[in-house]
Design a protein around this ligand. Structure first.
Ligand code: ZN
Length: 249
């Protein structure tokens, strides 16, 4: 999508409907947690946020640098469609979209913790940020994007299972927090290279997680039924799946 003029632009977003990006050029794209930042020429940035269900799809463009007339880009769920002569990027079910000056980004993103997917991610320092959360439940802390950015409910649960830590253990009592974050980063990185989301490396239906989404099904290690608890304070509480035997405390 980078360094080719935009040939088609559609933003189905209340505050951005009048914005026409045709003729503009994306200079670079980066992800920060679930924010996707498309840096345009002239110092502007299109920031979108994926929340729980959002995604960006990239497809081949139809002749003339247009989106396919029958495909995904036609759906009302395509909240942003940007094409160049080769490619169409489709922002699907986005949770947030805004048009910003790039110089304002540090102020707007400054509240996020270090991104576990970033190349310069320092697991030791980030692990200290986890420990500093004290009595807060580790499951909620891993999801708190102001502590570390980029971990959602699936990878929180899978990382704690691998680490044999119950989701409600106080953050300050979790052994080797740097190792926990290293593992989370490694399965996230493997997942983005795979055909679909996966915490196990497998993409077959029913095989993509060891505990997440598997309540009452047998643990793949010990056979005990998987349980689910709630972590965090309402309305931000989230489900955390775990094995009561493999993760005793
Ligand atoms: Zn188990």
């Amino acid at each position: 999508m980078v360094n080719q003029p935009i040939t088609y632009s559609l933003l189905r977003w209340p505050t951005l409907g009048a914005l026409d990006l045709t003729g503009r050029t994306i200079e670079s794209i980066e992800a920060y947690g679930k924010h996707v930042l498309m840096h345009f020429d002239q110092g502007d940035t299109l920031r979108t946020h994926l929340r729980m269900e959002g995604a960006w799809y990239v497809e081949h463009a139809a002749p003339g640098g247009q989106p396919d007339r029958t495909g995904r880009a036609r759906s009302w769920q395509a909240r942003a469609v940007l094409a160049n002569q080769q490619w169409v990027a489709i922002g699907w079910r986005l949770g947030m979209a805004d048009w910003l000056r790039r110089r304002d980004l540090p102020r707007l993103l400054g509240h996020l913790g270090p991104d576990v997917m970033a190349e310069n991610f320092n697991a030791k320092q980030a692990g200290q940020r986890l420990t500093a959360q004290g009595q807060r439940q580790i499951g909620a802390v891993l999801l708190d994007q102001t502590v570390v950015a980029g971990i959602g409910t699936i990878y929180m649960a899978e990382s704690l299972f691998h680490h044999r830590v119950r989701p409600d253990r106080p953050a300050c009592q979790v052994p080797n927090p740097a190792g926990l974050l290293d593992f989370a980063a490694s399965i996230l990185k493997r997942s983005v290279q795979a055909k679909g989301p996966t915490a196990t490396g497998l993409t077959t239906a029913g095989q993509i997680t060891l505990v997440h989404g598997r309540a009452r099904q047998p643990c793949r290690v010990c056979g005990t039924p998987i349980e689910v608890m709630s972590v965090g304070q309402a309305p931000f509480d989230r489900p955390a799946y775990y094995c009561p035997v493999c993760q005793p405390s």
